[in-house]
Design a protein. Sequence first.
Lengths: 226, 372
Amino acid sequence: MDWQALGLSIKLSSVTVLILIPFAIWVGRLLAYHQFRGKSWVEALIMVPLVLPPTVIGYYLLVGLGSQSWLGQLLQNVLGQQLVFHFSGLVVASVLVNIPFAIQPIQRAFEAVPEEVRDAAACCGMSPFKALTKIELPLVWPGVLTALVLCFSHVLGEFGVVLMMGGNIAGETKTIAISIYDSVQAFDFASAGQMSLVLLLFAVTALALTTSLSRRLGGLSVSRRR
Amino acid sequence: MSQDVADLYCRVNQTQEIVLDAEFTCRAGEVLAVVGPSGGGKSTLLRMIAGLAKPQAGEIRYGERQWFNSQQGDYLTPQQRHLGYVPQHFGLFPNMTALENVVAALDHIPKAERVERAKDWLERVNLHGLPDRLPANLSGGQRQRVALARALARQPSVLLLDEPFSAVDRETRERLYLELARLKEQLSIPVIMVTHDLNEALLLADSMILISQGVLLQQGAPRDVLTRPRNEAVAKQMGLRNVFDAEVVAQEEARQITWLKFGEHLIASSYFDSLDIGSTVRWVIPNQGIRFNSIAKGRLCRSFNKLIITVESTLAMGETMRIVASIKGVKHSLNAEVPLHLAQKLALAPGVETEVALKSELIHILETSVAD
């Protein structure tokens, strides 16, 4: 069992989720409430990581952010280090790949908030931020929770893009998924099996918890103070 | 209500997306009904007044304060307009109790006073003992009351009601009519109520504007708009089905009578000046202007507007009977609604010939007279 890889994967998932969820709330709300020219293109662009093989995304990131590219050089000058084959590069890659998993459920949840409720909030004197925190977030939290669990689980099991962007550096870019691949390559099936079981159990538990929590809290919010 | 009150002036012009062309004033203490068919732009107009939608051009003014002025670039947000708004399905915050919903609208008073003020308003709209219920656990009528309490608790400059009775059952609606009528006595602010139900306008409003396909067709007191529609389009929107052609045969200014030749009949209407003798006019009469002879044929009061009609069809609808009848010498049929007991007394049935009298004061000549 590669505990270091598991720890790195959990760290990567946590950082990705911390960056992605607030961003997804902002973008999801914007897309849900506003009509603008080119909205379909923006939505299509967001969905691209769902249909593109992760290795392709990894390839473009490697080329686009590598030390040979102008963007890579610019980032190296600004940050003092290059992104590829580094944990920060993995974070960038994970954030980009998981954009649809974060934005989609949150956007759908915001779309389900009745326009009348939002209108009433504005006419009650609430600022858009207050309406978001007092009215909308309590209504859309199942969508936010779904996005959080999906992203966390997805990053935990991410393989192709991580391998392309980060390689296989222990303690820096070697995540649990890559460690499983390494173990299999080394015919260490016992270790690969243990780690796979951990990921499987985590995935099932996370999804079961999300579903049950959504149902229980959803029910509570309706029957509360009945 | 202790806040300063003023009139609301509104002029909006819009040619894109939802077409709107309207100009009106709602005075302080007045209930103005915005009436018209569904999809005619009524709710959009209300949203524009609330600041939830921006008109292409126009001006919305509360007293001296510009809420919106396209020429000067003024635009106040709904928060800045400080108004009360009750949407069609009430727009209650589903995650908050009735009390919390009202408290949420009280950001203009100190925190310590909010709960007491909210409780007070829930009592005022007769919502006793339910402050801790979530909207999902309230009936339609109760939800409507919470929404009304929330809107009024803000001490709004203007109260906007979007089809306030459409989402409740008939019994609740009747009760809410009475409550709103009572509440109206206490309000000194402009109240604008969108409805597609003319009866609601007649029951509750002091004035009304009729909007169809985004265009303001007529404004005035509801009874006036009903009995004196400006043109045929208004008459149709008001549900007036008896629109006929006639020829102007004489004008008696002294007796304030305009004489019309209607088929083989000569009828007198209220005096309308600037009508040429011999011209064809289009006129309308509401149902209450048609009197059936309840005594005996040939003894119909003093009215000279007697018509011989032959009943073509009858249809009993609740307590009334709808009658379509042909008029001698006139190609269009007369439509009337008669109380069921009177229809039975007169034995009105297809083929029966009877006499009706038209009240001359309710005969109204339409502005746009069309010759067939």
